[in-house]
Ligand binder design. Sequence first.
Ligand code: PAP
Length: 322
Amino acid sequence: MSIEEMNELAPKKEVMFWNAHEIRQIEGFWFYAYLMESVAAFRSDFQPKSDDILVTSFPKTGTTWLVALCHNILHRDDRVEDDVLTRMNPHELVPTLDVFFLTDQVQDLVLNSDRSNRLLQTHLPYTCLPEAVRNSGCKIVHVTRNPKDTLVSMWHFFNKIVKRDRDTDPFPLEGAVESFCNGVLPWGPFYEHVVGYWEESRKRPDEVLFLTYEDLCRDPKEEVRKLASFLGKPFSSTSSVNGDDDDDEVEKVLWRSSLGRLKELEVNKNVVSELTQISNSSYFRKGTVGDWKNYLTPQMAGRVDQLTQLKLQGTGLSLDDF
Ligand code: PAP
């Protein structure tokens, strides 16, 4: 789809997101106006390969963690000193395709690579993915997170990175709750985004894996085993000497991908990425379940909970229990 065709589909109305960025609605979802060209190019020009692995997510739901986990599963035999994540932030190694599709970094290093199992990432909703992806048979791994923590994480992140004209005060949390609940935010609405992937994972479980941040926190070993099997790189229970199974290998992947480790690497401390123009440290904060309790009033939480119940009713997906 060309940028002209996308503009045709967009309602004339544009909205300011958090008083900082114009966003525009296409096919029921909101996108940064300045990214329209990149999104359009990704949707029309991207050529998937059947062995690609595409990480998909709504922002702030566990993307960085999932990218690191996939990378470390695929490269688990690399020596620790060869681990590219010690030199590159996950978002530089695996740039968001809909945001950076037109950059040399993506065109030369990511898309033109003849590697098998290219690890790729996008925030696009399922229904907005390039048609070619949906028909390619490539593997899609989706991660989501309970809406209240997603909202709070997003509020912290955008307050850090969004350059607002006015001043440096944080954007009011009430306003963040409002835009989250009315769905008018980049890549939103959240619920329609999540349900799109959820439903597809139920139709095509061999090609679409649906994970949650909370499951990853609750039982990381089990989730990593599931992920590795899905990616075609299962941990083998016959490889260990005592026949116990290869717990050490799973633990190594988890440790290499952990927030604690990544956050402390020099590259993720005071480095502003040339690609993203964002400090690499912005992607790492607390990484806990239920941090929303420290920020949302009971009224705000109740409003989100009510909407969650309404939007997920009948889907078989539950995200409000945290
Ligand atoms: P993105 O959409 O900008 O890529 P994303 O990685 O999805 O962001 O979400 C960031 C959240 O994941 C942060 O959560 P918090 O604000 O509640 O703390 C961040 O701390 C957390 N996070 C980042 N890396 C990891 C990791 N390796 N393990 C666990 N959580 C992580």
